[in-house]
Write a new protein. Structure first.
Ligand SMILES: Nc1ncnc2c1ncn2[C@@H]1O[C@H](COP(=O)(O)OP(=O)(O)O)[C@@H](O)[C@H]1O
Ligand SMILES: [Mg+2]
Length: 391
């Protein structure tokens, strides 16, 4: 593996935020909702106006560069105005829109709660340093991290990561989210955009006959606690970015739980491995058809409390009376949807036998019944993490 400062810098210079680079189909429900609301208002209303070099918070920080834009506002890099050291931070500037500010304040509270539980920062969760209001905007100052895993995958032309990296990333993500679960929190929006590398140094390594970028240090951090939900709190009916959504969420179960994060992590790991979204679908029924192809049939037990229960009970068009089986072709909205489902590769088609333990790990996480998914604290001890991979 070669490492060079010139290669590192070329990766850093073309850095772009996932919030500005993601395609709309990858937007989380939270963002879809924001987008709908946004139609009613001026797109730029309430954005924090800034210039590079501008000082903020009584001269404590100076703005050094733009990192990314999002519906909630924008993320800027700032440094402390201190003659002796230059500490860089990422400042999330929330637009002066009441609901965004309210939701950012809740995110702040959750981050303080987590930091109180993880005083030494051992669980790979982004550190928040301070938050403050200035005129009508609200600001959250975080440790400055590097690119997201999605940004790197994109930069590498959607080729995925070598298995050793997937193994290392998987372990960190599982440990980190297990810690959240242990503290009664479900993240609800786990995806490669919300998992960041910790520094801005990257190196090129050979993979599948090409050279791909990987982080110089493999340490990751989880960000974006805007949708994080405590076990005892109200559970929104729709969470997650569509493609990472677990069956119980797709089907509108009244009470999903932290096991929905386990499903998301499995989807993330498949994406890290292949470079592509696994369940690349456009609507719920197509998604269910894909899940059936990958994992096996859903039956009445899976549907009985869901918003699709009537499909099972009353409509022979969708379900075979005897087999309790969802008939995808009869409800598919288009031939292209049928094609997409046909094209979905099974785990065995996608992952060679030498990585069978990876398939086993994924299967333990992608159980249709949330209670049958292996809890993260147990998954940490899965044999996949003991295997030493050459390639
Ligand atoms: N601490 C950070 N360091 C560097 N970039 C960050 C940091 N936090 C957020 N970003 C960038 O800003 C984007 C949006 O931040 P995020 O908290 O995920 O907001 P949203 O709720 O809009 O998804 C991220 O995807 C990332 O590219
Ligand atoms: Mg995000």
């Amino acid at each position: 593996m070669s490492s060079s400062s010139s290669s590192s810098s070329s990766m850093s210079s073309s850095r772009s935020s996932s919030s500005s680079s993601s395609s709309s189909s990858r937007y989380s429900h939270k963002k879809q909702q924001r987008r709908k609301n946004k139609q009613k208002e001026d797109q730029d209303a309430g954005h924090f106006e800034y210039q590079i070099g501008m000082k903020i918070k009584a001269g404590q920080f100076v703005i050094t560069r733009f990192l990314g834009d999002g519906t909630f506002g924008r993320v800027l890099e700032v440094k402390t105005c201190n003659a002796t050291c230059n500490n860089y931070y990422a400042m999330k500037c929330i637009r002066a829109v009441e609901r965004y500010i309210e939701s950012a304040k809740i995110e702040t509270k959750i981050l303080w709660y987590i930091q109180d539980k993880d005083k030494n920062g051992a669980f790979n969760i982004v550190r928040l340093f301070t938050s403050f209001e200035r005129y009508d905007n609200y600001f959250m100052v975080f440790e400055r991290l590097g690119k997201s895993l999605y940004d790197i995958i994109k930069q590498n032309n959607y080729i995925g990561f070598p298995i050793q990296y997937v193994q290392s990333f998987a372990k960190q993500i599982i440990i980190s989210v297990a810690f959240l679960h242990q503290n009664q929190l479900t993240h609800t929006d786990l995806k490669p955009e919300n998992i960041l590398t910790t520094n801005c140094e990257y190196k090129l390594v050979p993979f599948k006959g090409k050279q791909i970028w990987v982080p110089e240090r493999e340490i990751l951090k989880i960000i974006d606690f805007g949708g994080a939900t405590f076990d005892h709190e109200y559970h929104s009916t729709v969470i997650n970015t569509r493609q990472y959504r677990a069956p119980e969420v797709i089907m509108g179960y009244p009470k999903w739980n932290e096991n929905s994060d386990i499903w998301c992590i499995a989807c993330v790991l498949l994406e890290l491995y292949t470079g592509e979204l696994y369940f690349q679908n456009k609507d719920d029924l197509e998604h269910i058809a894909m899940i059936e192809k990958a994992i096996g049939p859903m039956n009445y037990r899976h549907f009985k409390n869901s918003k699709y229960k009537t499909f099972f009970n009353y409509d022979q068009k969708y379900f075979d009376q005897h087999r309790s089986y969802f008939k995808w072709n009869s409800v598919a909205p288009s031939d292209s949807a049928i094609e997409r489902v046909k094209k979905l590769k099974t785990f065995e088609e996608l992952i060679p036998a030498k990585h069978a333990l990876f398939i086993d790990l994924i299967r333990k996480m992608l159980q249709i019944d949330p209670e049958e998914r292996m809890p993260l604290r147990k998954l940490i001890h899965h044999q996949f993490f003991q295997q030493v991979f050459q390639d």
